[in-house]
Design a binder for this molecule. Structure first.
Ligand SMILES: NC(=O)c1ccc[n+]([C@@H]2O[C@H](COP(=O)([O-])OP(=O)(O)OC[C@H]3O[C@@H](n4cnc5c(N)ncnc54)[C@H](O)[C@@H]3O)[C@@H](O)[C@H]2O)c1
Length: 258
């Protein structure tokens, strides 16, 4: 898809991988609808982007919040062509805690609700809007949906039962949703990042994050940078032959139990 003038929703836009995706897509000429639940940081990102940006405080896990926000994007820009799902949380707990307590069901429901249900909630409303686009180019493309999974989908660490399950769910839905949407000319691709230098890992002391890098990442010996993720988002949006797959972006990482 040619990105110039296209309309892209990015969730999790206020931070990390979502913020970088907004910047990369805007540089390529796309008009950005930035969604996040963090109003203050969202405002900072929109100031940074300047230009033709719509920002909405959205809870991706909430049906009405997403439905209203997608309608607002179409009302404002006239169409929707790209949806990038980056909103996510990584709350962790052991299945049985050191005090003998079970994994809190509220934590499980929160992580699955945002990472998995939230991703699908955006997909379904965005896809409806994309079906209304005129087909473009030789392949008659109407839209592209890009999701964020994780290496933890298949290599989850201690405490990551909910997070890993949510991300395995994102990988699992990629093919059937791509199959559902193929007749409408809409592609669906997921990215499985390894360890990226974002707010999600910012809480770690540098010694801990470097030790993870040293033990788990093959080469190059560092965390990924958000613009490396965003570069792949842009490529997926532009490359009409990428569909129904999950791409690992992880410098050959192999996660250990902790
Ligand atoms: N950073 C990494 O190493 C890494 C690795 C693998 C996968 N991921 C995934 O990448 C995605 C982006 O993560 P990041 O590293 O940029 O984290 P981040 O914490 O920097 O950004 C996540 C953003 O999502 C927003 N968000 C959370 N819940 C939301 C909700 N219910 N509705 C709307 N917005 C919500 C937050 O406010 C935040 O701005 C996540 O899905 C994460 O699981 C990150």
């Amino acid at each position: 898809m040619q990105l110039d003038g296209k309309v892209a929703i990015v969730t999790g836009a206020a931070s990390g991988l979502g913020r970088a995706s907004c910047i990369a897509l805007a540089k390529a000429g796309a008009r950005i609808a930035a969604f996040d639940r963090d109003e203050a940081r969202l405002a900072d990102v929109c100031r940074e982007l300047g230009g033709d940006v719509l920002s909405r405080v959205v809870d991706v896990a909430n049906e009405e919040s997403v439905s209203t926000a997608v309608d607002a994007v179409v009302a404002n820009f006239g169409a929707l062509h790209i949806a990038v799902n980056c909103a996510g949380v990584a709350d962790a707990s052991k299945t049985v805690s050191s005090k003998g307590q079970p994994f809190p069901l509220a934590t499980w429901s929160k992580v699955i609700g945002i990472n998995l249900t939230g991703t699908f909630n955006i997909i379904r409303f965005a896809a409806v809007a994309m079906t209304r686009n005129a087909p473009e180019g030789a392949s008659g493309e109407r839209g592209v949906i890009i999701n964020t999974a994780s290496g933890a989908a298949s290599q989850g660490q201690v405490g990551q039962a909910a997070y890993s399950a949510s991300k395995a769910g994102v990988i699992g839905l990629t093919l059937p949703v791509a199959r559902d949407l193929a007749e409408h000319g809409i592609r669906v691709v997921s990215i499985a990042p390894g360890l990226f230098d974002t707010g999600m890992v910012a809480g770690m002391p540098p010694k801990v994050s470097q030790s993870i890098v040293d033990r788990m990442i093959l080469y190059p010996n560092r965390m990924g940078q958000p613009d490396e993720f965003a570069g792949l988002v842009r490529h997926i949006a532009e490359n009409a032959y990428l569909n129904a797959t999950t791409i690992s972006l992880d410098a050959g990482a192999r996660m250990q139990p902790r």
